[in-house]
Design a protein around this ligand. Structure first.
Ligand code: IDP
Length: 150
């Protein structure tokens, strides 16, 4: 089933200048970028995005990390994109993430794990609408789709 996921390179990915390498992984897999923007997340948006963690001991550090410098927010589309992107991203703790995943290859600490990706269709819908207006999402056909999908 074609799905859209909300994916965001966090401030450490932007600062470490590895955005291109990360983007390439999604593109080379055959996924399609349908929206993208660099933005400095403010405290309200950070708290809303990570609302489910508001009672956790790491919440304040998480909010300062996410608001510390710009992030690169995207909507990525593809067949089963939500679970597929979670696999490409790897486990939350980069030390436990398999090598070959983005977190497994590029990160060391839970609090500097470089990328976010929606974990369910309901989160994807909520997060996409939190970060993007409908008119910022581009519906377009990729010319070589028949070489990606049977
Ligand atoms: P996810 O990003 O893999 O979906 P969540 O459990 O939803 O993982 O946590 C959201 C984010 O909160 C993580 O990506 C990470 O940046 C941060 N985080 C989660 N657990 C910890 C922790 O124990 N210490 C520090 N940061 C954490």
């Amino acid at each position: 089933m074609m799905e859209k996921s909300f994916v965001m390179m966090k401030p450490d990915a932007v600062q470490r200048r590895i955005m291109g390498k990360i983007l390439t992984r999604f593109e080379e897999k055959g996924l399609q970028i349908v929206a993208a923007k660099l933005l400095k997340i403010d405290e309200d948006l950070a708290k809303e995005h990570y609302g489910e963690h508001s009672e956790k001991p790491f919440f304040n550090d998480l909010v300062s990390y996410i608001t510390s410098s710009p992030s690169f927010a995207m909507v990525i589309e593809g067949d089963d994109a939500i679970s597929l992107i979670r696999k490409i991203v790897g486990a939350t703790n980069p030390k436990e993430a398999d090598l070959g995943t983005i977190r497994g290859d590029f990160a060391m600490d839970m609090g500097r794990n470089i990328i976010h990706a929606s974990d369910s269709p309901a989160s994807a819908e909520r997060e996409i609408s939190l970060f993007f207006n409908e008119d910022e999402i581009c519906e377009y056909k990729i010319a070589d789709d028949s070489w990606i999908y049977e």
